[in-house]
Design a protein around this ligand. Structure first.
Ligand code: APR
Length: 319
């Protein structure tokens, strides 16, 4: 069987890290596309030259023409610009929605059967725009946010309780922003829910509340430290986990920005919800029950996402 092909649209910090991780995991051959001349070619060549040392049989190539993504099985999109000082939210949406228009055209022309994972911010709106302009089936276009936000939550919890990150499972739902909803009831250490762990004295409610706040601000904390960019190792790892679930038909249950056409009472919006990811893309949205507090936080988050989508609808290129 021929190797799978994974196309990375955007060869910046996340794109380069994705290419490296995908090669190390031998998930398939990688192509990088970017508008910056030489960048995708240079990163691809550098990574290719690491493969004899790593013992990985995975090709990597790069180019500035969308034809390089032809026939890709998976496309991971990081193309776009980050928010710069003085730029309004709408400025960013306007620029990145245009980028999504070009990416959508590229995918429609060269690999319309691909499973597409969007990472470009503002995530919940850009994945909606990308799906809308590409016309791909909703189950084949998904946004990466929940795996990252949940990983941050898991890491902080593991550190606090001095247990393995492997044994901490956590769910973060809603939009990828400060309205995200970390679900403590559904987060566990080896199956023991966080409220029980508080009762057992493993962590205090106060520390748990601080960790929830730190998780919500997880992206901003990294930007504050790096000063010249945003997080890229953890976002890339999260997207690779999603790509692997699709390529290996793993049926992973992961929080993703998935299209809701009625699920959770949400209509025609991408928002962070638990889904089953397998060979059929988003095979199922898992409708867990929310208590009143959780529902109120989720509704608040959905409202924020809807605001972003409405702004994007105005600013995106017309299909
Ligand atoms: N087509 C293709 N690539 C583009 C386009 C375009 N129209 N416009 C910009 N790019 C490329 C840039 O040349 C750059 O190489 O997108 C890349 C983005 O890379 P970085 O600036 O390094 O950003 P990165 O850290 O990788 O994050 C990418 O993911 O998490 C989000 O907020 C983040 O939206 C950002 C995205």
């Amino acid at each position: 069987m021929a190797r799978k092909k994974i196309a990375l649209v955007g060869a910046g910090n996340i794109g380069g890290t994705l290419a490296h991780l995908i090669g190390l995991k031998e998930l398939g051959d990688v192509v990088l596309f970017d508008i910056a001349e030489g960048l995708p070619q240079g990163k691809a060549l550098d990574i290719a030259q690491s493969t004899p040392v790593e013992g990985c049989d995975a090709a990597s190539a790069g180019g500035n023409d969308y034809s390089v993504i032809a026939g890709a099985d998976v496309v991971i999109v990081t193309a776009g610009v980050p928010r710069k000082p003085g730029m309004s939210r709408d400025d960013l949406i306007g620029i990145n929605a245009k980028v999504m228009g070009a990416v959508a055209d590229g995918i429609k022309t060269h690999c319309p059967g691909a499973f597409v994972i969007c990472i470009t911010n503002p995530l919940d709106a850009m994945v909606w725009v990308l799906r809308e302009l590409s016309g791909l089936p909703h189950n084949m276009v998904v946004g990466m946010a929940g795996v990252l936000d949940s990983a941050r939550f898991r890491y902080f919890l593991a550190e606090e309780m001095n247990v393995s990150v492997e044994d901490v499972s956590a769910f973060v739902l809603g939009g990828h922003g400060d309205t995200m909803v970390p679900l403590t009831r559904y987060s566990t250490v080896a199956g023991i829910p966080l409220p029980d762990l508080v009762a057992m004295g493993w962590l205090t409610q106060e520390r748990l509340d601080e960790i929830v706040t730190r998780t919500r601000n997880g992206g901003a904390e990294i930007v504050g430290l790096l000063k010249t960019g945003s997080a890229f190792y953890a976002p890339a790892a999260a997207a690779v986990q999603m790509a692997e679930a699709y390529l290996k038909d793993k049926k992973r249950v992961l929080p993703c920005a998935a299209w809701c056409g009625g699920a959770f009472g949400v209509d025609d919006l991408y928002v962070g919800v638990p889904v089953v990811l397998g060979a059929g893309g988003v095979e199922k949205v898992v409708e867990i029950t929310l208590n009143d507090d959780e529902q109120a936080m989720f509704d608040n988050s959905v409202k924020a996402v809807r605001g972003l989508v409405e702004a994007s609808r105005e600013l995106m290129p017309k299909a």
